[in-house]
Structures are given as C-alpha cells and as structure tokens.
Design a protein around this ligand. Structure first.
Ligand code: SF4
Length: 328
C-alpha cells in the first residue's frame, strides 16, 4: 500500500510502518501527533500519503448524543456511519461495507439509492477511526450501507484491525441478509469470534420476499438452516434482526410464526423500531412492539427491543446519502 511504498522509497527502516499504523489505530488526529516519528518524515508523509481515505461531507449530532457522519470516497462515493452513545458506557459504531447496496430491500433508504461499489478495507476502517479520534469506541456492527457478506474479504480485512482500535472481535457483529455462499465461508473459514446477526424481518417467505427481494435467491429456510449450523459449530446464538413495520409484519400471529420458525434455543431476536425513510412504510407503535415482544417471550424466544437512536438526525441507514444522491 501507499504508506509502505512511500516509507520504502524514503529509505526508512521497516519498523516505521508499524509505528505509523499504531498511531493511526489509536486515533491520532494527524501526522503531527506521531511524536516518535522524526519531524521531517512526518512532513514528508503529510505531503505524500493522504491521512484518511474518506472526506467528511457532513456530520450531525442528535439530542441523545448519536452522531451520524456522511463521507465521500476519493472517487466520489457516499458512505455513512453512526456512533451511538449509551448511558452504560457503550460506544457503538455502525459502519458501511458498500457505498449504496445492490439488494433493494423495500423499507431501506440505501436500497433505493444507486449502488456504488464495495468499500476497501481502509475505507471501512477509516469510518471507525473517524469516531476513534473523538473518543474511545468499544462495539462495532456492520449494519450501515451495504451487504457485508457480498464484500466478504474486505470486511474481514478491516475487522482484523479493530481490536487495536479498541473493539474486540466478540464486540463486533456482522449483520447480513444471509448471503449464502459467503455465510458458508464465514462459518467454515473464520476463526475469530465475530458475532452474526441475520436480517429476517418477516416470519414467512412470501412477506419476506416483498420486503427483501433477495429472499428469492437465498430463501429464508436455507438461511435459517445455515444459522443452525453456525450455532452447532460456534456454540453461539445468532441474533435475528426484525424491523417493526406498522400493519405489515407486527401482528401477534406473525410473532407466533416467528417462534415456530426459530425455536427456543438457537436465536435471540432484536426488534428494531423503524425510522421512517419517507417511503411506503410506517413504524409500529410502541404498544404493538411490546405486544410482539411479549408473544416471542411467551413462546420461549429471547427478545429485546432496540433503543431508538438519532431520530432527529435521520439516523436510518442511507437517509443522509439519499438526500444527496439520485435514486437507483
Ligand atoms: S437493508 Fe441492508 S441489505 Fe437491504 S437494501 Fe438496505 S443496506 Fe442493503
């Protein structure tokens, strides 16, 4: 990469690259802050190696402390990331793995945008480093723009650096629609304890297909079967993401169908209040979500409801970028 090539070109010893990388991952704000690097070399690096792959376009902070950033890659693609601050000290970032998304889920602002491309490992890592320069961060979920398992190799390459940024693998979660070929690779090849979350959003194939056209290619039943294999291999539960859409997937009988689909042992459901994106769906009421959660609990499936974050700054994935990008 450019940093290594530049240091080699300047005749620097091999350990320099490690020193620079260590500073970067600890959240230093510029080459100037790398105090064990000789000053002339810092100036040379500043002139020849861009400090980050992403340019910040805009950033907004919600009343609850959630920060949402919109970046642009050097070739002009939009990338969104969110920092969520919780009272218990958790500092969780939600990062993008692609600019836009090719999967066109009908409730998702990103899915309605024009797809850009896969992000590189450093474009993913630089989202984390942007927030690390503000404060310590300790959780990461790949739930921003894009389907992370389509960009499997780059996502895994970026995750390798996260512990040095302060985010252990156990506190890193990949959220996927169940992109089967790479879900299989994730189960069979990845040895680090990264968590797995599956976007289900409907208890039956017919409704899921309407919400997530990918269901035709990779059916829910096959995705769930693969999840059970993950549980058997890793001895870890799989998180099920279920976005609550008013009058669409939030009836008690749909909760019962979800219980039947999942069973009592392998899964934990995370109900997600919907941030309306100006499209055809509304979010379920709090009462409706509570009733749905109770039905799951009654059926023996552990379930929680995600705290709503950043409503006043359009924190749903793709909303900021959609404002500035033409639709697909
Ligand atoms: S919900 Fe996820 S997979 Fe679906 S279109 Fe949006 S970003 Fe892509």
């Amino acid at each position: 990469m450019l940093l290594d090539a530049t240091l080699a070109d300047l005749g620097e010893p091999k350990f320099r690259a490690g020193q620079v990388r260590e500073w970067l991952l600890r959240g230093v704000r510029g080459y100037d802050g790398m105090t064990n690097i000789p000053s002339p070399l810092r100036a040379e690096l500043a002139a020849r190696v861009p400090f980050t792959t992403l340019e910040l376009v805009t950033e907004a902070t919600a009343q609850d402390g959630t920060v949402k950033a919109l970046f642009r890659t050097t070739d002009g693609h939009a990338v969104e990331s969110v920092l969520m601050r919780y009272k218990d000290g958790r500092r969780s970032i939600c990062v993008s793995s692609q600019s836009g998304c090719p999967l066109t889920c009908t409730f998702c602002a990103t899915g309605q945008m024009k797809f850009g491309r896969n992000l590189t490992p450093f474009e993913i890592l630089d989202q984390a480093l942007h927030f690390r320069r503000k404060e310590e961060i300790n959780h990461c979920v790949f739930m921003g723009m894009g389907e992370p398992l389509i960009n499997f190799d780059n996502v895994m390459a970026s995750i390798a650096y996260l512990p040095e940024v302060g985010i252990t693998h156990r506190r890193t979660t990949i959220s996927t629609v169940g992109w089967l070929p790479n879900l299989k690779r994730f189960i069979d090849e990845v040895e680090i304890p990264v968590r797995l979350a599956i976007s289900v959003h409907a208890p039956d194939a017919e409704l899921r297909q309407k919400l997530m056209p990918i269901n035709e290619r990779y059916p829910l039943s096959e995705v769930i079967a693969e999840c059970r294999r993950y549980v058997a291999v890793r001895r870890q539960k799989v998180f099920i993401e279920y976005v609550m859409l008013s009058g669409v997937n939030d009836r008690p009988d749909q909760a019962q169908a979800l219980v039947k689909l999942l069973g009592r042992t392998d899964f934990k459901v995370n109900l997600i209040p919907y941030n309306p994106t100006g499209g055809i769906y509304d979010g379920s009421s709090r009462e409706r979500i509570e009733a749905f959660q109770n039905e799951l609990t009654k059926g023996g499936v552990p379930a929680t409801t995600r705290l709503t974050r950043g409503r006043d700054i359009q924190a749903a994935c793709g909303q900021l970028a959609a404002e500035r990008t033409p639709a697909a």
